[in-house]
Design a binder for this molecule. Sequence first.
Ligand code: ADP
Length: 745
Amino acid sequence: MEHTVGSIAVMTSGGDAPGMNPAVRSVVRSSLDLGIETYAIYEGYHGMVEGGDYIRSMSWEDVGGILHQGGTVIGTARSDEFRTREGRRKAALNLVLREIDSLIVIGGDGSLTGADLFRKEWPGLLDELVERGDIEPDRAERRSNLRVVGLVGSIDNDMFGTDMTIGADTALHRITEAIDSITSTAASHQRAFIIEVMGRNCGYLALMASISSGADWVLIPESPPDIENWEQRMCEVLNKGREVGRRHSIVVVAEGACDRDGNPIETDYVKTVLKERLGADTRVTILGHVQRGGAPSAYDRLLGSLLGHAAVQAITKGEADEEPQLLGIRQNRVQRSSLLENVEATHSVADFIAEKNYEKAMELRGGSFKDAFRTLRTLIRAKPHEPDPERTRRRIAILHAGPPAPGMNTAVRAATRLAIDQGHEVLGVHNGFPGLLEGSVTELGWMSVSGFASRGGAELGTNRNVPSREQLPALAERISELGIEGLLMIGGWAGYEAAYRIHEERHTLPALDIPVICVPATINNNLPGSELAVGADTALNNIMDAVDKIKQSAVASRRVFVVEVMGRHCGYLALMSGIAGGAERVYLHEEGISLRELQADVQFLVDGFESGKRLGLMIRNEAANRFYTTDFMRSLFEEESEGLFDARQAILGHLQNGGDPSPFDRIQATRLASRGLAYTLEQIESEGGESAFMGLVEGAIRFNPIEQFPKMIDGDLQRPLEQWWLQLREIARLLGQPAPRHELE
Ligand code: ADP
């Protein structure tokens, strides 16, 4: 017999995580949009067992104003009662009485294990309820199948089935901010700091925080120090660091760190070691709950929004009819897989660690985790390895082009150290291609990039200038004079154009026949062959901070804000900040703006404010329309509101590409620079080495030969022909719209 979907309930359970609120909001709105009655279960399984006011029917507005709040507004609690069959029977009764037969659980692996069990028992629980006379048989028949969809809300990033859990990125923000702050005080006093971060079975936070903050040593559960006397080795590295001029030592320890024999490594033990063997003034900071707190990062707001929407889709499309599903983000796309299998795989990592099978544990963590660990082990060295006499010493130049993007310095640091460690020479070019023309170049040493990991801006300097054809002979001369064998360009559009031009002239000017490898770095995220350029995440977070403040400033009035964001002709920042910031409307150049649409927008604002709305947020890409400018739109809204609300504009400008890079941009910069460098060296060493541009595409790093550049772009508008994120427009529209009609009726 065919059953229609009953009501949908959403709950948050287990440890709270920033980003849960955006997920709840998205579930509720996506579900109401389809005309489905939607409940929130307050206080996790406890509320489900208790019923009553713990299970509340939600309206569109009930989930307004929660996007930027940390934690979970619907609460979470542990429930021992739910672990008993009787407790679960009570819970089943509470759901079935409300015709709820679809459950979206946002929690950690404990909560999801509980959900899986609940679903297995569901038919039996309903039978018992019928037998006891608690419900009528036809109700049980109607709701005989419980659909379960799990979203992982956990700061640890410790679950299978998703590359990122909801909350992990925000936790990395908190940790990185803390380590950045500690680093400055540590340097002032030449101190050693030991920082403990969360992660009982998962070293994700510790490892990524170490990469993004330039820590000197890291201890994680999956990969205990692989030598007998690791304490000695750690002290040697820290000591050498001091000799070469590092003023501080930072050791990051995951909560669950242990040695090869499975004995926990406590922060106090590390402190004693450093004190006794190095005589270092050592302090311990245990970050604790700070890591869970604060406003969700832009990424977690997006992730929660996308996953919440997809969860409702999975239910209504019947994808969870047969088996509970887990929705996660993999290869930068929302993906669905078996909840149970993922829970089991997650437990197996913990089992392997408990069995001291660390190789297997590392293997299960996946390729990029392992790569990150390997890269980190080079970056944290105090000095490079001795050069291998068998290997030819190469000379590589690094330069930027385009506007500054946060993360450029991080990329320079990674590429420089990795190259030097392999025995190569690295030249740093100042101020982009014009700098190269002038020969404004210095050799970069190991310590010259110290502190670069966390620093915003571009220490080498950057420039939008693309060398003209007339300048190419001089450029060729410079390149051969300096003996440059390969160029690593970390930057944006101008750099790609320059690389292409150089490539075109390589036959007439043989000195230009060197590989130029482009690493995407621009906040505009408008480069071909790359889904996420270095810098864009920081810009999004900068926009989020600004939008949060702008919204707060309007508490006392009825106001519409028109916020203009960067991106040139690429709407990435506008759309993503629209979703993450809860904008009513996003204006993109890709879609254009028509007067008719503006009229409709005025109407929905008027309707909204008439029915109690107090705040409107419209986000506009800077080049969305030449004539309907931000100022024009603001005036239009205000004039047409006839006093119902006032309108203000905020052109965010350069605060978007300022500031220190976000953890994601630092990690991304390190990963791309490391692969970009390896590719440059490969090209130098192979016959007919090629120039290329690189990027993350569906989660993997890909290289495209530079000849592809003109074929993959709209040159006039300076953006790629294919823009993956345009498919998210529907979600932006859905979540930002006023309450849909059928809900109002
Ligand atoms: P997390 O979801 O963050 O891993 P917990 O492990 O504390 O957090 O689980 C949260 C709640 O989920 C528990 O308090 C309990 O109610 C429920 N739960 C966890 N594991 C099970 C299980 N095996 N069977 C039934 N319920 C469970």
